[in-house]
Design a binder for this molecule. Structure first.
Ligand code: GDP
Length: 530
């Protein structure tokens, strides 16, 4: 028999070994730190990292490779993802990378539960990941850990001392207080989870982030989930592949192999995989190419479909759509320093939901803003944004020639806020009518070449030049339009107040009679915000 491939997607079959992890050996827990901004996530990550006994001995220089591993005095290990926050967590999950075993929820004792604390809890629940609560900043005077625990009750987080199950540790990242207790609690929680992985055989795992490094080429930070990754292995990661040329650990040391839960920097891929992409070791270059090509084609197909379905519109079209009341799209071109930030920004942008407006990322990528990005901005009328990257010279030139503004950011929130402001500007303003006054028609004058002029008396409020009017006959609206002239005696005036007589004529309308009432009003537009 000759084997015939039934479907193109069959190239994926058997890529990741169907090994049973529960038959493997114990592995370290993988921990993500979450919490509200400024509650101390980064400080805590730094403080925990400094407790690593191996790092202290080797004297290596710590490297930011998307995650790090610490070893405790009794040789237990924990891997921490060092991009804190839920945006990174959710964008990884969105790509199917459920690598977090435990979430450390950081809540500042001087600030208690805040919006992102609640979001983090929701993420943890949704992913069914257990929480270890770290109440931080207990060194701050007036801080109140009890209030934090009480506030969390509302969100179904019941700590052990309140009769629940959530382990809580009161810490100070700055004063390095109770860090050992926190680590101990994480290990206890991990023990309950009984985490295991297969150490032998071809390796697979997840890409944390990647970038282009001048001199070294494509650098991918990955976390090994199973098997042992070795120099010389042929790897497929997303739609890319390559032979592992070098491996470097989080202490900046070159290593020959990496076991499960070890984060490593990998050199040798042919292109940049995305954060959350899975990688797998395959047995030949042929197989690697085959899978990578299939995935590239599949991604292109998908991309084309979504680009075709997308509403990328010009400023003119945008104005028309405002009139037609359709949803308006703000096209965005985004370049960032690392994949992690790109994914985080992309998913935050998707979360801005409004029936009238939406942001659409026409292109996003890692690296400097270049000529082709700006050309695309020109054709798609997109807003150009750089996150921790700048435009190169040719790109700057195009921007200048075509008056395209390039916006630079280094804080995700500022970028998102700016997009919200831009979107608010796109939303049709609210039209509010405000009543000005009534004038009753006493007498009609016919003036040749001019038409009919109504001799009126203002009976209530004020009538104003340029105002909108409705003509009422027996309290029924028979016409709506504009006031064309407003005169007092022979003079054009700006406004006429109650009790005063005036001459009025309506724009393009002549069917006026004595006894009719002219209702005068204004339309004010109010800006809306997201
Ligand atoms: P993140 O936004 O959650 O990553 O928070 P950071 O780690 O950047 O910390 C925000 C601010 O809180 C910084 O100014 C830190 O110095 C401060 N901070 C963090 N942990 C502590 C702590 O335990 N005690 C005190 N007093 N300040 C802290």
């Amino acid at each position: 028999h000759t084997v015939k491939r039934v479907s193109d997607s069959d190239v994926e079959i058997g890529l990741i070994d169907n090994l049973d992890d529960s038959k493997g050996k114990a592995r370290a827990p993988i921990v993500t730190i979450m919490g509200h901004v400024d509650h101390g996530k980064t400080s805590l990550l730094d403080a925990i990292r400094a407790t690593d006994v191996v790092g202290k001995e080797s004297g290596g220089i710590t490297q930011h490779i998307g995650a790090y591993q610490i070893e405790t005095t009794n040789q237990q290990k924990i891997t921490f993802i060092d991009t804190p926050g839920h945006a990174a967590f959710s964008s990884m999950r969105a790509r199917g990378a459920n690598i977090t075993d435990i979430i450390v929820l950081v809540v500042a004792a001087d600030d208690s539960v805040m919006p992102q604390t609640i979001e983090a809890i929701q993420h943890a629940k949704e992913a069914s990941v257990p929480i270890v609560l770290a109440i931080n900043k207990i060194d701050v005077e007036g801080s109140n850990p009890t209030k934090v625990k009480q506030d969390l009750l509302q969100h179904d987080i019941v700590t052990e001392d309140m009769g629940g199950e959530v382990v809580v540790v009161e810490v100070s990242a700055i004063k390095k207080k109770n860090l050992d207790e926190l680590i101990e609690s994480i290990l206890l929680q991990a023990e309950l989870l009984d985490l295991k992985a297969v150490y032998e055989g071809p390796s697979s795992g997840v890409v944390l982030e990647s970038r282009v490094d001048i001199g070294r080429g494509i650098v991918s930070n990955i976390l090994v989930s199973r098997g042992t990754l070795k120099i010389g292995d042929i790897v497929v990661a997303g739609a890319n592949w390559g032979k592992v040329r070098a491996l470097m650990n989080d202490k900046g040391e070159r290593i020959d192999s990496a076991e499960p839960t070890v984060p490593v920097e990998v050199l040798g891929l042919n292109d940049i995989p995305q954060a959350g992409d899975q990688y797998a070791v395959v047995d030949s270059e042929y197989r690697a190419r085959e899978v990578a090509n299939y995935r590239k084609q599949a991604a292109l197909k998908k991309n084309n479909q979504s680009l075709r379905g997308a509403e990328v519109i010009s400023a003119d079209q945008m104005l028309n759509q405002i009139k037609e009341g359709k949803r308006k799209i703000l096209p965005i071109i985004l370049k960032t320093d690392v994949h992690g930030s790109m994914e985080a920004i992309n998913s935050s942008l998707k979360e801005i939901e409004h029936e009238e407006v939406a942001a659409q990322v026409v292109l996003s990528g890692v690296g400097a803003l270049n000529e082709s990005d700006l050309m695309l901005a020109l054709t798609s009328n997109a807003v150009v944004m750089g996150f921790n990257v700048r435009a190169d010279m040719p790109a700057k030139k195009i921007a200048k020639q075509n008056s395209i503004e390039i916006k630079y950011y280094s804080v995700i929130y500022e970028l998102i806020d700016d997009v919200k402001n831009l979107l608010s500007g796109l939303m049709a303003p609210i039209q509010k009518e405000s009543f000005l006054g009534y004038a009753s028609i006493k007498k009609i004058f016919k003036i040749s070449k001019v038409g009919k002029i109504a001799g009126c008396e203002v009976t209530e409020g004020t009538v104003k030049k340029g105002a909108k009017v409705r003509l009422l006959r027996d309290n029924v609206v028979i016409h709506e339009g504009d006031l064309s002239t407003l005169k007092h005696h022979q003079n054009e005036v700006k406004e006429v107040k109650q009790g005063v007589e005036c001459g009025m004529s309506l724009a393009n309308y002549d069917n006026i009679k004595e006894g009719d009432i002219i209702e005068c009003f204004e339309i004010k537009s109010e800006k809306r915000t997201l």
